[in-house]
Design a binder for this molecule. Structure first.
Ligand code: UGA
Length: 445
């Protein structure tokens, strides 16, 4: 098959590269010429395990092409994936301008019956909008072409996106068209050879499935974070509670880790968008709003613990921060708890020495240059270097090398033997035996 993928962000690039790997010819289109030139040279805009090899090899094999012009792919392909961004607008609702613009371009260029597949996360009803936009363009051109608009949301996790695409739990396809159903079945067949995992449903059902999946996962996290706050006040260890409740198969162990809040480009954006969709439909989203509110509070929790410990006096102190990315395995710092913590610390007059295995570059873009120049914020090259003369160590992202550190070395390096563990990685009993003061999330100090 010859496929066009529009948008070379994390979803589009993974989709394009994985589909090309199965022998298809894929045209990846993006309006950003620098991005396209870099991709041709094998320079990727994001860090994602395995993706660089997939991109380079398939590009070299002439199966994966990069272009800034949609018209370059039109004569080859009549299957289009829309994978452009849907950033939150001022009121939290998804901004659909890029999706609509792509639909307009498709409508102005196609010359054959086509299938247009929406992979971007979009509110219910967007497929209808894409359909209407393409129809309008065709009408203006005096063309009577048949085309189908399909909703095919992605469920990729950053850090394991290639693996998730290659071995999907399920493939949701929203369509009422028999032709589109066949195209989608053929396209995904190589990824689900051993187990049938396609689920067909209405277009609107598929659009809602995506939001509901992310909102459910975010809800589990905020729920655990709320219980963790209660545990702290009742001399209960949330980690024991987690193991206790996870053993109930109806609850399960996934996504019930209390921590310093969820981040990334998906959960915060999608929960906000769903709240906004509810408001637009005169429906009060009580639970979703609470999920969002709890997460905002949670991101402040590490700072609050430091404030309490140091009796509100953080000015002039230095803090070691381990982990900047919103989760391990990525350099993505969008909505990361580390950003909230570092902003609060520096605004309180403290200094920060931060280390992350791969997000150093993202961090340099994230914070004001002045902070680096004035050495309020330093990004260091090693995890132990961050701890030198720091008044506490704060673990924000649970990268593997942080899980079993050399506590004796740390104790020598730190000014105060104090660890604030935002991901409950350490055993409080052991840490105390090592001579540290320890604060976790939902654990007694
Ligand atoms: C999420 C979903 O998991 C994917 O299925 C979905 O496709 C994707 O959003 C998307 O919509 O594109 P992702 O944002 O990459 O994927 O990250 P997750 O692994 O889900 O983690 C999200 C956040 O939740 C992280 O900040 C993580 O630290 C936090 N988290 C996760 C917890 O605090 N506790 C947990 O138990 C699990």
């Amino acid at each position: 098959m010859d496929i066009t993928v529009i948008g070379t962000g994390y979803v589009g690039l993974v989709t394009g590269a994985c589909i090309a790997e199965m022998g298809n010819t894929v045209y990846c289109v993006d309006t950003d010429p620098t991005k396209i030139e870099n991709l041709k040279k094998g320079i990727l805009p994001i860090y994602e395990p395995e993706l660089d090899t997939l991109v380079t090899e398939n590009h070299a094999a002439d199966r994966l092409h990069f272009t800034t012009a949609l018209k370059d792919s039109i004569e080859h392909s009549n299957v289009f994936f829309i994978a452009v961004g849907t950033p939150p607008g001022e009121d939290g609702s998804a901004d659909l301008q890029y999706v609509v613009e792509v639909a307009r371009q498709i409508g102005s260029l196609i010359t054959r019956p086509s299938v247009v597949i929406n992979k971007s996360t979009v509110p219910v009803g967007t497929a209808d909008l894409v359909q209407a936009t393409i129809s309008e363009q065709l009408k203006q051109r005096g063309l009577d072409l048949s085309f189908d608009v399909v909703s095919n949301p992605e469920f990729l996790k950053e850090g394991s996106a290639v693996n998730d695409f290659m071995h999907p739990d399920r493939i949701i396809v929203g369509t009422e068209s028999e032709n589109a159903r066949q195209v989608m079945t053929e396209l995904y067949a190589p990824f689900i050879r051993n187990r049938p995992r396609m689920m067909f449903m209405g277009v609107r059902d598929a659009e809602m499935t995506k939001y509901a999946a992310n909102a459910m996962l975010a809800t589990k996290i905020s729920f655990m974070n709320e219980i963790a706050g209660l545990c702290e006040r009742l001399d209960v260890d949330i980690e024991h509670v987690r193991l206790g409740i996870g053993s109930d198969q109806r609850i399960g162990y996934h996504f019930i880790y209390a921590g310093c809040g969820y981040g990334g480009s998906c959960f915060p954006k999608d929960v906000k968008a769903l709240i906004s969709i509810a408001h637009q439909n005169d429906y009060e989203p009580k639970l979703l709003q609470a999920v969002e509110d709890r997460n905002a509070v949670q991101k402040q929790s590490l700072y609050n613990k430091l404030m309490t410990h140091f009796d509100g006096e953080l000015s002039g102190k230095t803090f070691a921060v381990w982990g900047l990315a919103f989760k391990p395995g990525t350099d993505d710092m969008r909505e990361a708890p580390s950003v909230v913590l570092i902003n609060s610390l520096i605004n309180a007059g403290a200094h920060v020495k931060a280390y992350d295995p791969i997000a150093a570059e993202s961090a340099r873009r994230e914070f004001p240059e002045q902070w680096f120049n004035e050495q309020k914020l330093t990004i260091v090259e090693g995890q132990y270097e961050a701890a030198i003369d720091a008044d506490a160590l704060v673990l924000v992202t649970e990268w593997k090398p942080f899980r079993r550190p050399d506590f004796k070395a740390l104790k020598k390096l730190l000014n105060h033997p104090l660890i604030v563990d935002g991901r409950n990685q350490y055993d409080p009993v052991q840490i105390k035996r090592e001579g540290f003061t320890y604060y976790g999330i939902g654990r007694m100090p």
